[in-house]
Design a protein around this ligand. Sequence first.
Ligand SMILES: [Zn+2]
Length: 707
Amino acid sequence: MARHRRHARALAVLSTAALAAALVPVLGGVGATRAEATSTAFAPRLVTVDTPTRADKERLQALGLDLTEHAGHDYVEVVLHHAADLTALETAGFGFDVRIPDLLRREAENNRANAAYAAATDVSPLPSGRTSYRTLADYGDDMAELAEDRPRVARTFTLERPSLDGRPVRAIEIAGDVRARNDGRPTFALLGVHHAREWPSGELAMEFAVDLVKGYGRSARITDLLDRARVVVVPVVNVDGFDLSRTDGALVDLREVDGGGTATILGTPGNAYKRKNCRVVDGQDTPDGTCRAASLSSPGGFGTGVDLNRNYGGFWGGPGASETFADPTYRGPEAFSEPEILNVRDLVSSRQVTTLISNHTFSNLVLRPNGVHPETIGHDGLPVGDAPDEEALKRLGARMTAQNGYRNIHGWELYDTTGTTEDWSYNATGGFGYTFEIGPDEFHPPFPEVIDEYLGAGEHAGKGNREAYLIALEHAAANASHGRIVGSAPRGATLRVEKTFRTPTWEGSVRDHLESVYSSRGGRFTWHVNPSTRPVSEPRTVETVEEFTTRSQTYDGGAIPPNESVDHAFTLTAEDVAAGADSLEVTLEWPTPDDLDLEVYRRQGDQLVEVATSGNAPGEKEQAEVTDPVAGDYVLRVTNFASVTPEYTLTADVLDQRVTGTQTVPGTIERWTLTCEKRGRVLQTLQVRVDRGGISRVDLGACARRF
Ligand SMILES: [Zn+2]
């Protein structure tokens, strides 16, 4: 019955959006209008869902539930916000274990632990000495203080666009002689809190900023790195969402301390576990300051908003992101629709960001591109494959995970995603990009865990993410990670490199423009830039895989009474597997358009475990596929949901995929357009090819003569 779920979701979207629109003008305050607490309210909970195959993960994603970034090869952890989420999971036949039965109760426990830690501790071992999570205001204050204390090393700036709710998005830039702008140094970008509830992702970014500012001039290693590279830290990208999550998270504690009791906590529609941004009505800007009130229409705070880490242009609109507004992974109506993401895009497009890390929680992972399985057919009708820099990306990932103890994997090994930060940043700029999933098991755990994640604990004591970030910064500064343009330019000349191109989305493309500037101080210069040819334009080798049917079994079925089902037995033999059974494909066909459903189970002892299900619209042919099937007994179950009772044909095919050839897809060599300018007047234009690790010498003699 999985297919009926989509319909229910679509209705939910309409009602959420309509309710939100109605709420905006009338609600002034918050407290009085909160839903009345009842002891029967559904407690939001964290569950571990069994997903033994990739197909199961895809099926789970299609339910539109709130998937965490914690997943293994056979499970995904999911937040259930409403009773309807639980029903959806159960109806789809997934097995699951409850890991945190009541997230708001857990929130209250964490808050108590945090209060106890802060009360017992004057100064933590963190660079800032902080003993508790920052609020949004704390981030602004801390950045301002760093710039005030050491103005030659740190400066703050505000990204171009305010958030949807009208808040400034602040950043800090750190470098030796930070005020010497446009001096050709490469940039390391460290981003936090795309997802509202992932508080440690901002804390670790901010602590690294404090570490660097304090370390300049004191640590030889940090001083050297900051003389060779710039660091830009945006600790909170999603300022609206974070503020809601952070302040509602604290509210839970107040009610608990206030003796509110279990019912109060259970009934609190808080935003502590909000994921997305403050888009209240899709495609519309709502008045500043209305997000909190509007979020009341979305208990748990996850229904409204765009998933900022699915809104980037790279492969936007592909697998692993939803087109449904209420869904947790809603990608937005178009690529780069959200101001928070346009901010990051502008930042990365206007500098040479040679390495980028986007922090998230949780799962102890370092994820590298690509976000989809290499066999997935991409925008050009060919398998997406691995990133052309796979070996180097993996090597740097391994050096970082040796410090923090995380797993070093591709994005798709978590589950398929598209439109994420590095899907775009890596493919558009060539600068290496990673997602860090910080911490073992919670979105915002007790604060001492943040300290352990930053400084390292146990066998990683003294390493941790601090050391991983330093390695990333070393990579950003290293000549091997990017290209260099060298030459001589007249004093006072402005050199500009730019490139305009189409970045592939899943079904089309978006226009992208990179442009950055070097201000000549006269004489020889070295300008650190990303390679001129983008990864998506590199040549690649694609394997041609053909599918062969090694065995086929057909069943003719008669009429089935409505709401009843018939089982057919199928055995996958050891010989089938030895012959290379890559998948078992079961197809159900019948002459009249009707509503038959197909489920495939494997017999385990005396139990039937569902291994595949079809999910087509009524009237379409049903097909279910078990990938990498194991030998054993299977049950092919045909269920009739409609009143007419047709006859049908069921076919089980054992399929073997064989590589029958390789094909080289030619690449395109791309070049930067370099101009040499005097007060806005272009005196010379050059096309510059520069490769990763390479040097391109340019002759700006014409510019010098005309200058
Ligand atoms: Zn996240």
